[in-house]
Design a protein around this ligand. Structure first.
Ligand SMILES: [Zn+2]
Length: 195
């Protein structure tokens, strides 16, 4: 293998989130060192490229037109809106929710070309109507972009006959009041509960 191809491999690996040049180089050496690995990756990546796409209803990743969650009959009609499929998996794995999901695939970021259309807002509205949804739960990151997306979604949903809720926010376990940032502290106050 010429170093040119090796460098191309390093470049491609660096496209993955959380992978810097050093890690990409280490991973590339592992791939080159194992004669069968490149072939196995090629086979699986080719399948991913050809067969894995988005669910036409909720934008979950799936090999079918409609994903298993949307096709499921025993789920409630509530819809939990998340940024990405990994968030959905985390909520599923925790067994917290047995309704349906809608995946935005990002946050609202008009400057980066991510507007309502890219987030599939039209599909979300259609999904609410299709399932006769009574509650939409916004389970989005509490970053500035995530907050902006939540506010936007609650505005959009206010036109529909649906209750919009969001996850409780505030101090995480083990946090100190002294060092909490003002936004977290404000949310913790607003979300205070009777004890
Ligand atoms: Zn689906």
């Amino acid at each position: 293998m010429s170093s040119g191809i090796f460098d191309l491999l390093v470049e491609q690996l660096q496209r993955l989130p959380g992978i810097g040049r050093k890690t990409a180089t280490r991973l590339a050496f592992s791939i080159v060192d194992d004669p069968g690995m490149a072939k196995d990756f090629t086979r699986v990546l080719d399948m991913v490229w050809k067969k894995v796409g988005e669910c036409s209803i909720c934008r979950n990743i799936t090999e079918k037109d409609v994903c298993d969650v949307c096709a499921g009959k025993s789920r409630s009609n509530s819809i939990c809106v998340v940024h990405n499929p990994a968030d959905m998996r985390a909520i599923e794995d925790a067994g917290l929710f047995r309704g349906r999901y809608f995946i935005l695939h990002g946050v609202l970021a008009p400057l980066e070309g991510k507007g309502p259309e890219e987030l599939g807002i039209g599909k979300l509205k259609r999904m609410v109507e299709r399932f006769g949804t009574e509650e939409v739960i916004l389970a989005l990151d509490t970053t500035a972009d995530g907050e902006a997306t939540s506010s936007y979604l609650s505005r959009v949903m206010s036109g529909l006959d649906v209750k919009v809720t969001r996850l409780a926010r505030g101090l995480p376990p083990g946090a100190s009041v002294e060092f909490a940032d003002p936004l977290t502290l404000t949310q913790a106050f607003q979300g205070r509960q009777r004890v």
